[in-house]
Design a protein around this ligand. Sequence first.
Ligand code: PRP
Length: 206
Amino acid sequence: MLTIAIPKGRILEEANSLMIKSGIINEEVKEGRKLILDDQVDDIRFILAKPQDVPTYVKYGVADVGIVGKDVLLEWGEGLYELMDLKIGLCRISICGKPDKTCDRGEMPRIATKYPKIASTYFREKGQQVEIIKLNGSVELAPLLGLSHYIVDIVSTGRTLKENGLVELEQIANISCRLIVNQATYHLKNTVIEELVNKLEDGVRG
Ligand code: PRP
């Protein structure tokens, strides 16, 4: 049996369509309270996890492969082997803020984000000194409340920004979901994993 770690929510919806199209599963993986779902027909076990925990399940080998956003990999997925770009979960990671408010001259810009590593790397490479404030979600609150001048966050439809009167100022990276694998498992279950990749490649192309 192959074990796949997959995030709940938006990514699961798109992954379901892709996996059905690819002929990997016949029925959608249903999101509910149950966190381990065995698909006996297709011989696959799904672990429904928080996105940022998917790399951990794969790294420790309790999941053979994982489906996860490139944002999560950049922030928490060091050393994991990326097998393919699944071309789902398309979004971008951007610097956003109020349309009118900029930082006062001489003031160190404060950046609120769920992604301190991505944000600090980006500003360091630009040679810009900033203060990073780590939040765990609803990051858009920070500039509205004056906690930060800007945020570094995911923009997908742009609705969250719009509804909170914020704008996208600069794109840092384009994001999509990747198939990741544990190196040891890759050698151990090579045939099954290669078969999965081939099917997914057909699904992505089709
Ligand atoms: C993500 C992201 C933005 C929002 C962007 O948050 O952090 O807040 O989605 O999507 P949109 O452009 O389609 O509006 P998520 O839904 O993961 O919740 P969180 O803020 O609690 O992390």
